[in-house]
Design a protein around this ligand. Structure first.
Ligand code: ADP
Ligand code: MG
Ligand code: MG
Length: 883
């Protein structure tokens, strides 16, 4: 088996730049050499060797020795120098390189091949004694640290003392003799710390370094990194051995790192740093301040030291040419390491560069416009989740922050405002024009109006799928949830965080993208939605098949959704309209009435309000489908709380407070989520659904008349388990439709369908589709009822479930494809078998999750529905799923 692949000097062993075999670094060194770029010759020992080394119990196969020797011979042939030669020695670097770049792996060893004899040869052959001894001390220091794993502090200290003794401040002031003395010092340090002298045999040095690279694959920190990033343990790392080139040979030598485009902004301008007379590690180590690569960057920064473009114009021009070649070859922005040895440029590494979300978007669009990549590739390259960052205001990165604590990043975006502790105050102060942050232990449906009025929401309790988190994401409000170190005193209206006390009205800033909570106001920067964003979205729309709708129930949310490109409303939750302060009393009156007559009186008060709600939504969504879910939550949730609320309802209903309280006690439920809710409300109190259906049809006719464009209501019955339930509910809706159309002498098209959110409904989908004209998978409840875990309480153990690998991801965030997914597939299949082409969609949090959207594409659903701010993410994810 071939374990060693050579590169450089016109030799190519056919590794074909295979990252799996050669590792990322090795593959691209091979790739750069193959297209004729100046790469110091070398060889790569494969990742397969690493895996075999471990399965064989830490021994190398017999054939490896000869293959490595052959690799060294290759480098010797190309460079004309011999490894271990006393007159003109070959030096190499030994570099680790897994398939993907991995912190926690062994660091690079430079200048390997130096010993007490070859250092003299290097001095003579280069004519530069200082350079030779500088290289030797670097080698001893790195080898001792990385391979021998000796305490590196001792070496740094020795260097500091040496400089102090001479009165130097910079390494560059050290003379040849100073370095020579330090080398002696280093060698005695090694003997002391390692109990053996520093290895003088160059082959021992080489094998020591190779084994250290392979050994680092099983180091604890590498294992932890792999676990956190789901990198398989059997991938292994490659080892790269490469001829040294020297950036520390005087003022015509240098070393640097560069990006072919700006990784922060995406601007098509070279970006990088370099250091004259230095070796690779110096740039990152911060021993000296690096200089700018380009004149433009230097001038922008108002810096003095000459840029590489100015100091070494010819080499810079050569480098710029290489940048172009690399971008064209790899068709992506590259992150590059290079060294200049006495005016000659050498390439030491290239890889696709990491970038911010903003840069990713700009680079993808620019590259497609330049013809470097296709529009589809541009669409594929932007991470939909990262778009989230771009759609919300963000904190000005330059502004100082006084961080008080950190909670969960529950809903992205940043906001500042005065602290308020209850929803009513939030609403009142908002009306006065104040920006407020609503701070609660946790939120409930009654806080909705306050959440709407607030610029941001902060809670002490609750996870990523808590009420606060879900509602805030839906509204596009920044939210930090579960900030455990918060202690709220609602009576005193104070907030204590880590020993500091804030009171109502004090200014607070939250960053829902990071979870940070800060004292005072931190300025924010507004997102840019036109330009590149719009262009990429248009390309995404060309390739996607899935339609994208929004979960929205206010005209404002509907407008936001439409602006973000929603193609309809997939879920309009009518209960949110019931919590409105102006009508909650009528709602309570309706619930607490003990007769149909009493309920109808209250419902008559609600009818005009509901009609108006729907009319406004239909107006905004004109021409697009709107799926309206009839009342779903347990009545329990609407019950009055304090004495004052009971009195208010009693007055409105004209009954006694005591009677009301008795009725409320009757309605109390122990497990309301599995209780009197969904279509069960319609079965027991048909008049509620009648009122809602009437409001929908009357509103639709008003808008049809006013705008000439009829809305397309899709009336959705929640929590159906049986065909019979749906039959009963559909009969109510159809009969109201007939009445209204007759009264008005006009009609609109509409559909009646159901949510599939109970396992029984999924199983009986074939039968249910005989009645239902569409299905919308309510994956929040379907997940809850299929797995049998409460989404409101599961936060306590779900993290552990994910850590222990029971679930790959939180099933409320990303669909449990194997379990819940199978029910969806089955229901889709059975539904289609009964009703050819039945319209299928998904609402619920999963509709905005890229992995879940990919599942929806595979299952052939017609649309996904996501909260307004996630609509662009869903559009992009749907496009990627279709590619
Ligand atoms: P990392 O993965 O940590 O970046 P590298 O293997 O890329 O490690 O090496 C770190 C630095 O060492 C590089 O930036 C480069 O400047 C320098 N280096 C590596 N190999 C050589 C070489 N053959 N000649 C000169 N410098 C080298
Ligand atoms: Mg490193
Ligand atoms: Mg590197």
């Amino acid at each position: 088996t071939r374990y060693v692949y050579r590169f450089g000097g016109g030799v190519d062993d056919g590794g074909k730049g295979d990252k799996n075999l050669l590792g990322g670094k090795g593959a691209n060194l091979d790739g750069m050499a193959a297209i004729g770029l100046p790469v110091p010759p070398g060889f790569t020992i494969t990742t397969e060797m690493c895996t075999r080394y471990y399965t064989d119990g830490g021994v190398y196969p017999e054939s490896l020795k000869a293959q490595v020797a052959n690799g060294i011979a290759h480098i010797e042939g190309v460079t004309g120098k011999k490894f271990g030669d006393k007159a003109d020695p070959l030096l190499v670097s030994v570099r680790s390189g897994a398939r993907i770049s991995m912190p926690g792996m062994m660091d690079t060893v430079l200048n390997l091949g130096l010993n007490d004899e070859t250092v003299i040869g290097l001095a003579a052959a280069s004519g530069d004694e200082r350079f030779a001894w500088d290289s030797y001390r670097r080698f001893i220091q790195m080898y001792s640290d990385v391979v021998l794993e000796l305490d590196h502090g001792a070496f740094e200290e020795a260097l500091e003392i040496a400089k102090e003794d001479q009165g130097y401040t910079l390494d560059t002031e050290m003379t040849a003799d100073d370095w020579k003395a330090l080398v002696a010092e280093y060698k005695s340090l090694v003997s002391k710390l390692w109990n053996r002298p520093f290895p003088q045999d160059v082959n021992d040095q080489l094998w020591g370094a190779i084994s250290a690279v392979f050994g680092s694959w099983q180091a604890d920190r590498a294992k932890v990194y792999r676990r956190l990033n789901s990198i398989p343990h059997d991938w292994g790392t490659a080892v790269n051995v490469q001829a040294m080139v020297f950036g520390n040979m005087g003022d015509t030598s240098a070393t640097g790192v560069a990006f072919t485009r700006d990784p922060a902004t995406g601007e098509n301008a070279y970006y990088g740093e370099y250091l004259i007379n230095a070796q690779g590690e110096d740039v990152v180590a911060g021993i000296r301040t690096p200089q700018y690569l380009t004149k433009q960057a230097r001038e922008r920064a108002g810096a003095k030291p000459l840029s590489m473009e100015e100091a070494m114009p010819e080499t810079y021009a050569e480098l710029a040419r290489v940048f172009q070649i690399l971008e064209t070859h790899y068709r992506d922005m590259q992150d590059i390491e290079f060294t200049v040895q006495q005016g000659k440029l050498w390439m030491l590494q290239t890889r696709s560069g990491k970038r911010t979300a903003k840069a990713a978007l700009k680079i993808a669009v620019d590259m497609a416009n330049e013809g470097l990549i296709t529009e589809e590739e541009a669409v594929a390259r932007v991470d939909p989740a990262a778009l989230d960052q771009l759609l919300h205001p963000t904190l000005d990165p330059k502004a100082p922050r006084d961080v008080l604590t950190k909670g969960l990043p529950a809903s992205p975006g940043a906001a500042s405002g005065a602290i308020v502790f209850d929803a009513d105050t939030a609403e009142r102060r908002n009306e006065l024009g104040d920006s407020v942050i609503l701070v609660r232990v946790e939120t409930s449906p009654e806080d909705i109006h306050g959440m709407h009025a607030a610029k941001g929401i902060l809670t002490a309790r609750g996870g990523m799928t808590s009420h606060a988190a879900v509602v805030a994401r839906g509204m596009g409000r920044p939210c930090v949830s579960g900030a455990g170190s918060l202690s709220i005193d609602n009576a005193a209206k104070t907030l204590r965080i880590e020993g500091r006390t804030l009171k109502e009205g004090d200014i607070l800033t939250i960053d829902g993208s990071t979870g940070e909570v800060m004292a005072g106001e931190v300025p924010t920067v507004q997102p840019e939605l036109a330009g590149d964003f719009g262009i990429l979205m248009a390309w995404a729309d060309k390739v996607r098949r899935l339609k994208v709708r929004a979960n929205a129930e206010t005209p404002l949310d509907c407008q936001t959704a439409r602006d973000f490109g929603a193609e309809g409303v997939g879920l309009c939750r009518t209960e949110h309209m019931f919590f409105d302060a102006a009508r909650i009393t009528a709602v309570r009156e309706m619930i607490l009435a003990d007769s149909e007559k009493g309920r109808r009186i209250a419902l008559d008060k609600l009818l005009p309000e509901q009609r108006d709600d729907f009319a406004q939504i239909f107006m905004v969504m004109a021409g697009l489908p709107v799926t309206i879910r009839l009342l779903d939550p347990p009545l329990h949730e609407f019950l009055p709380h304090g004495e004052a609320e009971f009195e208010e309802v009693a007055k409105a209903a004209g009954v006694g407070v005591e009677a009301l309280k008795r009725r409320a006690a009757e309605l109390h439920e122990f497990n309301p989520m599995l209780g009197h809710r969904g279509c069960r409300l319609g079965v027991t109190y048909p008049e509620i659904y009648e009122m809602q259906a009437r409001a929908i049809f009357e509103a639709a006719l008003i808008i049809k008349q006013r705008s000439g464009e009829a809305p397309i209501p899709e009336i959705m019955i929640p929590l159906v388990a049986t065909k019979k339930e749906l039959e009963l509910m559909k009969a109510i809706v159809d009969s109201v439709a007939r009445q209204v159309f007759e009264e008005q002498g006009a009609s609109v098209d509409y559909l009646v369908g159901t949510m599939i959110e109970l396992p029984r409904a999924a199983l009986k989908a074939g039968e249910i589709a005989e009645v239902g004209e569409f299905f919308s998978f309510g994956t929040n409840d379907l997940t809850q009822t299929t797995i049998g875990i409460s989404r409101d309480d599961a936060g306590r153990f779900l993290t552990q479930y994910v850590d222990k690998g029971i679930f790959a991801r939180d099933p409320f965030v990303s669909i449990d494809v194997e379990g819940v997914g199978e029910l969806i597939e089955l229901a889709a299949e059975r539904g289609r078998a009964t009703r050819n082409g039945i319209k299928l969609g998904i609402c619920g949090e999963h509709g905005g999750d890229p992995a879940s959207i990919a599942f929806c594409e595979k299952t052939g659903l017609d649309y996904v529905s996501a909260s307004p701010y996630r609509v662009p993410i869903a559009r992009l994810a749907a496009a990627q799923a279709a590619l």
